[in-house]
Each structure stands twice: as C-alpha cells, then as structure tokens.
Design a protein around this ligand. Structure first.
Ligand code: AR6
Length: 194
C-alpha cells in the first residue's frame, strides 16, 4: 500500500508500507540512539542489511563526537544497502511529552533532510522514528513527521525531490495515512492512493 502526496512544486511525500532496507533511495534515515552502537528494531535491520562497513564508520566517528545529542543525526556510508548514505538520528524516548520530545522528534527529520540537501541528494527515506522501542505515541509522531517533511519540501530550490516514509506494519502505515490526509485537508492538493 502506498499514498503519494505531490506538492505544487512537484516535490513528493510517499507513504509506503514496507521494509526500509529494500527501498532504493539516495539516503536512508535510521532510528538510532545517542551511543551510535547499533540496536534492535530498524537500527538492527539497517546494520544487518548494510553490513559491517556502517559500524566501522560509526566506530571512527564516535571518539570525536562522543554521545550524539537527541534530535541530531550523523551520516555514514550505506554499505550494501540500496542507498549512498545512512543518516543515523537519535530520536527522543517518550516520557509523557513534557521533556522536549516533540521538538527533538521534529529536529530528527529536519536535520536528516538538511544532511540530504547538503549532499545534493534527490531522495530520502525515513522509518517511523521513536514509535517502536522508544514508545512515542504513533498518531502524535506521525503528525510531526508529516508536517516537518511537507514544510521542508515546500521550500523553493531544494535538491530533494522525493521523501519516503517507509512503515513496517499496517497500524503504523494507517497512522501516517491519517496524518497526511488530515494535515492536507487544509492544503490545496489531496494525496492519491495507489
Ligand atoms: N523497515 C521500516 N521500519 C522498520 C523496520 C524496517 N526494516 N524494522 C522496524 N521498523 P524502532 P525507536 C519500524 O524500535 O522507537 C533501537 O534499538 C518499527 O516497527 O526501530 O526509534 C535503536 O538502536 C517502528 O515502527 O526505533 C534505539 O536504541 C519503527 O521502525 C531504539 O531502538 C521504529 O521502531 C530506537 O527506538
């Protein structure tokens, strides 16, 4: 299942149910953590599919960087993944929403999109950052993600053309579908189901 939302400037947000390691793009965002030491969920899947080159590059980055602040991201090779880069973002752990979680989550999307733009990339994919092990409520996270991505894509003269939200399970896909449909009801164009 997928839902495409095209902006007046031709940029697109594509919401897709699937495995992010199998969708070819220029850069894949990873729901990582501040230690950049790998983990479960999509982080584990990305390291398994990309192979050891990703962790080797993180091992070189880590000493200089220390802990990656929540809401920030760093770029590495994508190894064997069908992409040029992986952007490792440290999403917020949900503590009830009063500890800066919405700002930190929005920052993950903004920083990864800025990393893509700096590199002149055309396509970026995201998983649903923080809504797995980190416990962020799905509908709240989906609205933040969709709003950040659409705000970014609405800018003039950006190199990024397509942003993919690749959602692993039907409930997550439906939450992003709701966020996109609700969020776009006040905008000029409507998303099209494919
Ligand atoms: N493709 C797309 N989405 C996936 C995939 C996949 N292959 N596998 C899982 N997901 P999570 P978080 C979905 O827990 O909440 C790790 O240990 C998953 O179903 O991966 O940000 C890190 O190292 C869910 O919808 O990330 C951190 O320590 C979404 O990805 C911590 O988990 C995010 O779930 C980060 O937790």
């Amino acid at each position: 299942m997928q839902l495409k939302h095209q902006l007046p400037n031709g940029r697109r947000l594509i919401v897709l149910e699937g495995d992010i390691t199998r969708v070819p793009v220029d850069a894949i965002a990873n729901a990582a953590n501040s230690d950049l030491a790998g983990g479960g969920g999509v982080d584990g899947a990305i390291h398994r599919a990309g192979g050891p080159a990703i962790m080797q590059e993180l091992d070189r980055i880590r000493p200089a960087l220390g802990r990656l602040p929540t809401g920030q991201a760093v770029a590495t090779t994508a190894g064997r993944l069908p992409a040029k880069f992986v952007f490792h973002a440290a999403g917020p752990i949900w503590h009830g929403g009063e500890r800066g979680e919405p700002e930190a989550l929005a920052s993950c999307y903004r920083v990864c999109l800025a990393l893509a733009e700096e590199r002149g990339l055309r396509s970026v994919s995201f998983p649903s950052i923080s809504t797995g092990i980190y416990g962020y409520p799905l509908d709240l996270a989906a609205l933040i993600a969709v709003n950040e991505i659409i705000a970014f894509l609405s800018q003039p003269a950006i190199t990024v053309e397509d942003v993919w939200m690749v959602l692993f399970d039907p409930a997550t896909y439906l939450a992003y579908q709701r966020a996109l449909t609700h969020g776009t009801s006040r905008r000029a164009s409507r998303p099209a189901e494919a």
